[in-house]
Design a protein around this ligand. Structure first.
Ligand code: HSE
Length: 308
């Protein structure tokens, strides 16, 4: 069967999720990007983006179409004769895996159209889209967006990904009105770190995996810590310390930074409205910044909505 059009949704994600720099990823139930791809025999690859997000429409420069092209290449298809339409559900550069959502969406859409089911091929193509934007082929956001739930890279050289079904909890997300380029945030991280900090992260990471497996939300919160990147990056987010403290005072179980920021997220069992207001107010009063915000929960990953 030769399909003509595929439509997919691809979710936001939280990379690092505390101690798992470049390894952990948590898929969010919302927001999502919606991407569709259609065959246009004999024409060049075209990209159309709804709204003004400042994103490129050159298929070689747009992360969704680039990932789709890479997937086509892996399947020995020349990548010509397609049109892609993108509806962004999230703000680029905000720390909730916007580029990964686009990359995964593009790769999943092309895979659906070409009848490709091997998730490893989709993952590789999506990571190439992510690399186009961030300059680094890290798998944390793309793995979570593709597989859903809580994922981690258990071996970087073989790119082994493990997925764990997380417990259900509330995630309050604040997106301060600034943009942080991932490439720049990665330059903040030192080449080497003190052994004691590495040991602390190793222990928290092991604890986080166990907490997710045992679906213990308090333990998830207890292990949501990091000494390897956040201490070096938090200065990029004005008001981070105040927002964190206000969320904890308002009843959040733990607070951290989404990926390379500026997203700040809190996890909670209840009282999400109160926590969200407290975080927004702390950001306003300490840094003079407004923010977008939303409440969500762990999600199940990219979905093929239709293929005809
Ligand atoms: N692990 C990445 C980082 C996620 O923190 O730089 C951002 O895409």
């Amino acid at each position: 069967m030769r399909f003509q059009k595929a439509e997919v949704s691809s979710p936001a994600t939280i990379a690092n999720f505390g101690p798992g720099f470049d390894s952990f990823g948590l898929c969010l139930a919302s927001p999502v990007d919606r991407i569709s791809i259609s065959r246009r025999e004999g024409e060049d690859f075209t990209v159309e983006i709804e709204g003004d997000h400042g994103l490129p429409v050159d298929p070689e420069k747009n992360t969704a179409s680039f990932a789709a092209l890479k997937l086509a290449e892996k399947c020995e298809c020349d990548g010509k004769g397609f049109s892609m339409s993108i509806q962004k559900g999230m703000k680029p550069g905000s720390g909730i895996g916007s580029s990964a959502a686009s990359s995964v969406g593009g790769a999943v859409a092309m895979a659906a159209l070409l009848g490709v089911r091997d998730k490893r091929i989709i993952l590789e193509a999506a990571a190439m889209g992510e690399e186009l934007i961030s300059g680094s082929r890290h798998f944390d956001n793309v793995a979570a967006a593709l597989y859903g739930g809580f994922t981690f890279v258990s071996d970087h050289s073989s790119k082994r990904i493990i997925r764990i079904e997380p417990p259900t909890f509330n995630i309050v997300v604040l997106l301060p009105e600034i943009e942080i380029r991932t490439g720049y945030a990665r330059e903040m991280i030192p080449e080497s770190v003190p052994m004691a900090d590495a040991v602390a992260n190793l222990s928290w990471a092991a604890g986080m995996v166990h907490s997710m497996m045992s679906k213990d939300i308090e333990a998830v919160a207890h292990h949501l810590n990091d000494k390897l990147v956040i201490p070096y990056r938090q200065g990029l987010i004005p008001g981070y310390a105040a927002v964190r403290e206000s969320a904890l005072n308002a009843g959040a179980l733990a607070v951290s930074i989404g990926g390379s920021g500026p997203a700040i997220f809190a996890i909670a069992r209840e009282g999400t409205d109160r926590i969200l207001e407290a975080m927004a107010e702390a950001l306003r009063s300490s840094a003079g910044l407004e923010a977008e915000s939303f409440v969500t929960e762990p999600g199940t990953g990219a979905k093929v909505l239709s293929v005809v």
